[in-house]
Design a protein around this ligand. Structure first.
Ligand code: PGA
Length: 257
C-alpha cells in the first residue's frame, strides 16, 4: 500500500504560539490558499485555549483541528488539565501525544503517554503518537531500541482502526534546531516503525498507518523527505506558524500524491 492509498497528512504544531487574534489572522490568510488542496489532510494544533477560535475559523474548509495534549482521565480533580471529551466537543479530530517537549520538559512518563493514547482512541479521536531519539541515543546506536520501546506505549488491543493512528517520527535533535534528518535517515526509521507496527498488529494494519516525519521540516527539504516510501506526511513546528511556509509544505505533499 502506497502513500496515495493511506493518504498524506500535514500537521502544524503551534506549541505555545499565537494569540486568538493571530489565530484568526492566520486562517483568514491560509484558508483561501489551500481551498483547492484535496489530496492531503491538513491539520493545525493550536494551544488549547485557542481551539474554539481555530474551529470557528476553519468551518466549511477541509482543515481539521488537533489538540496538543489531554489528560487521560474522563473528568475529575486534575487542576489545569483538559479531557479528550472536552477537546472532541470543542471540535478537535486529532490529539498529539508523547511529544518530546512533554516527555522531556514536562517529564511525561511512558506510562502516562500510554494511558493517553488509550483515552484518545476510545474517545473517537485520531492519535498522533510522537516517537524519537535524542542525539546521545543516536550516537550510542540506540535509535531503533528507543523507537521500539516508545511504540510499545500504544495499546495494541484497544487500537483496531489504523486510520485513527498516526505515528510522528521526530528525532529530538532535529526539533527546532534547523538540522533535519536526511531523507535516508528518515526513511530508515519510518520503515522500521512500519515493520514494528506489523509485528505488533499485522502487516496489513501497518500498511494503513500514516507515519509523519517531524523536526525542522521546511519548504526547502519537504519534497525530499515527503517522497520517501514510508513518509506519509509531516508534523511541523516553526514552519507552520506562517501561512506561506506551511502552504509550501502542503503543496509539496499534494504534488506527490
Ligand atoms: P520544528 O518542530 O518543525 O520547529 O522542528 C517540530 C515539532 O516539534 O513537532
Amino acid at each position: 500500500m502506497t502513500h496515495s492509498k493511506r493518504g498524506r497528512v500535514i500537521a502544524g504544531n503551534w506549541k505555545m504560539f499565537k494569540t486568538q487574534a493571530e489565530t484568526r489572522a492566520f486562517f483568514a490568510a491560509f484558508n483561501p490558499l489551500v481551498a483547492g488542496v484535496t489530496d492531503c489532510d491538513i491539520v493545525i494544533a493550536p494551544p488549547s485555549i485557542n481551539i474554539p477560535a481555530a474551529v470557528e475559523a476553519t468551518k466549511g474548509t477541509h482543515i481539521t483541528i488537533s489538540a496538543q495534549n489531554i489528560y487521560w482521565e474522563k473528568e475529575g480533580a486534575f487542576t489545569g488539565e483538559i479531557s479528550a471529551g472536552m477537546v472532541a466537543e470543542a471540535g478537535c479530530r486529532y490529539v498529539i501525544i508523547g511529544h518530546s517537549e512533554r516527555r522531556h520538559i514536562l517529564n511525561e512518563s511512558s506510562d502516562l503517554v500510554s494511558k493517553k493514547t488509550h483515552t484518545i482512541y476510545s474517545g473517537g479521536l485520531i492519535v498522533i503518537h510522537c516517537v524519537g531519539e535524542t542525539l546521545e541515543q543516536r550516537d550510542f546506536k540506540q535509535t531503533l531500541n528507543v523507537i521500539r520501546s516508545q511504540l510499545s506505549e500504544l495499546q495494541r488491543k484497544i487500537i483496531t482502526d489504523p486510520s485513527r493512528l498516526v505515528i510522528a517520527y521526530e528525532p529530538v535533535w532535529a526539533i527546532g534546531t534547523g538540522r533535519n534528518a536526511t531523507d535516508q535517515q528518515a526513511q530508515e526509521v519510518h520503515a522500521f516503525i512500519r515493520q514494528t507496527l506489523g509485528q505488533m498488529w499485522n502487516p496489513d494494519f501497518a500498511s494503513r498507518v500514516r507515519i509523519q516525519y517531524g523536526g525542522s521540516l521546511k519548504p526547502e527539504n519537504a519534497k525530499g523527505l515527503l517522497s520517501q516510501p514510508d513518509v506519509d506526511g509531516g508534523l511541523i513546528g516553526g514552519a507552520s506558524l506562517k501561512a506561506d511556509s506551511f502552504l509550501a509544505i502542503v503543496n509539496a505533499a499534494a504534488s506527490l500524491t
